[in-house]
Every structure is written in C-alpha cells, then in structure tokens.
Design a protein around this ligand. Structure first.
Ligand SMILES: Cc1ncc(COP(=O)(O)O)c(C=O)c1O
Length: 250
C-alpha cells in the first residue's frame, strides 16, 4: 500500500496486523497478497515488490506465522499504442527463481483478454468546421469508459480497410451530452457516414466497465473463433432498462 492512496496495507503496519490475525481464534492466516498497479510495462517494479514481500514473509516466519501462498496480483501491461511490453517468460522466470517452494498465484486480467477484444462502432455523422473534424459515432463513454475516464488511448482502425471517405484528423465522439464523451482524439482516418470502426484493445475494462448511463442499453457481445462467431450476450433493450423498476401503487 502506498501511503497516499486508498489501496492495501502499508508494509510497515503489516506485521502487527498479521500478529493480530494470527492470535485471533476466528482467523486462519493463509497467505500474503499484493497488487502493485496496472498496465506496468517494466518487470522491475514486480521484482522490487516481490523482494519486499519475501522479506516480510521471512519476518512473519520468524514470529511463527506460516505463509502458505503468495499472490502477486495482476498488472502486466498490454500494447495499446507503441508501449514496450513485458516479456511474460522473463516475468514468470524472475518470480519463480525468487519464490522457491512457496505456492505462487498470479491474477493477470488485462494481459490475457485486453487484446482479444475489439469494440465495433458505426460512424453516424461527420461534422467539420474550420478548426475541427468530428465523427459522431454510435458508441459512447457508457460502452467504453477508459478514454473519458482516464484519457486512455485506444487505437482505431477502419473495418473496411479499402474504404475511401473524407481524409481528415478526426475526433471520434459519442452521442451522449457530455464534453468528455469521446473514444479517440486526433486520428488520421478516411471516413464516410455508415463506416464501421474497430476500437482496438477493448477486451479488458471494456464491457465490464460499461453502464446504462443516459438510458443506453448495453451492447451485444460476439465471440469469434477462426471463421465462426457466436452471440454470447444479447444486446439489451430499452425494456430491459425498466424491468427492475417498481411502480408504487397507492
Ligand atoms: C487485486 C487485483 N488483482 C488483479 C487485478 C488485475 O489487474 P490487470 O488487469 O491490470 O492485470 C487488479 C486490477 O486492479 C486488482 O486490483
């Protein structure tokens, strides 16, 4: 835990907490878990954290507190743009070399599914003025929150690679009445109304962070395997949004 944020337990306070748990008749101490952050592109912070927790485990062992497993969380970054990413075998190799016989658990979320998913959206309207070119798309911040929430970058590719439209540097904005409702900014694309666009790297923190904000039903999910595809989640309807509401009868 960093002192300045809400997550975790400060490593300096951990021993006292473990002792309290160990002395409690209701708690059976099993392991030590840590998660140091997300979208890390360097293996060194993981090694630093591991060295710190291994030192803590040895201090706990000295106090008679057995740690059966070590959970090192997730956080392995993926390539959204041109990030250099961690070599997974180096990462795992470094971990295994240090942990010895201790059972190790990893929680890779984004690294498994992030680049396995895309978000497909349609260009509804093109709106250009002397300063800016906007493509209003049917996808919005409720569907893929990361750009609005964190200013996150997602690559955007035309689904039809040979389509020719209006060449410009476009902001791809959603139809929700929020200035922050955009999926991408300043992208050189050739666009026409009706084009499909693929917003890349949407497999993690995409659908799971989506919402019904602005009374927008959530999108369908389609799984593609080779040249077959399966609908794995139906598109929500407006009716679905109201199904759980209850009318008050006098
Ligand atoms: C405890 C814990 N484990 C795993 C993860 C997954 O992280 P990522 O998807 O970056 O690998 C998170 C994400 O915040 C987390 O808080």
């Amino acid at each position: 835990g960093l002192k300045e944020n809400k997550f975790g337990v400060d490593i300096d306070d951990a021993i006292a907490l473990y002792e309290k748990a160990h002395n409690s008749e209701y708690i059976n101490v099993q392991g030590l878990d840590c998660h140091i952050g997300s979208q890390l592109t360097d293996v060194l912070p993981f090694i630093d954290a591991l060295d710190k927790v291994l030192e803590l485990i040895s201090k706990l062992n000295d106090r008679g507190i057995e740690i059966a497993h070590l959970d090192l969380g997730g956080g392995v970054g993926i390539r959204y743009d041109d990030e250099r990413v961690i070599d997974i075998s180096t990462y795992v190799g470094e971990m295994l070399r240090r942990v010895g016989d201790l059972e190790i658990i990893l929680e890779p979320g984004r690294a498994i599914v992030g680049n396995a998913g895309i978000f497909v959206t349609t260009v509804e309207f093109l709106k250009q003025n002397s300063d800016k070119s906007f493509a209003i798309i049917d996808g919005a911040m409720n569907d893929l929150l990361r750009p609005a929430f964190y200013g996150a970058y997602h690559n955007v590719l035309p689904v039809n690679e040979v389509a020719k439209g209006v060449d410009a540097i476009w902001d791809l904005v959603g139809p929700i009445c929020e200035t922050g409702d955009f999926l991408a900014k300043d992208r050189q694309l050739s666009l026409s109304e009706g084009d499909y666009l693929a917003v890349m790297s949407a497999g993690a923190y995409g659908f799971t962070m989506s919402s019904n904000y602005n009374s927008r039903p959530r999108v369908a999910e389609v799984m593609v395997s080779g040249d077959t595809h399966h609908l794995i989640r139906k598109r929500e309807t407006i009716q679905d949004l109201f199904n759980t509401e209850i009318l008050i009868n006098d």
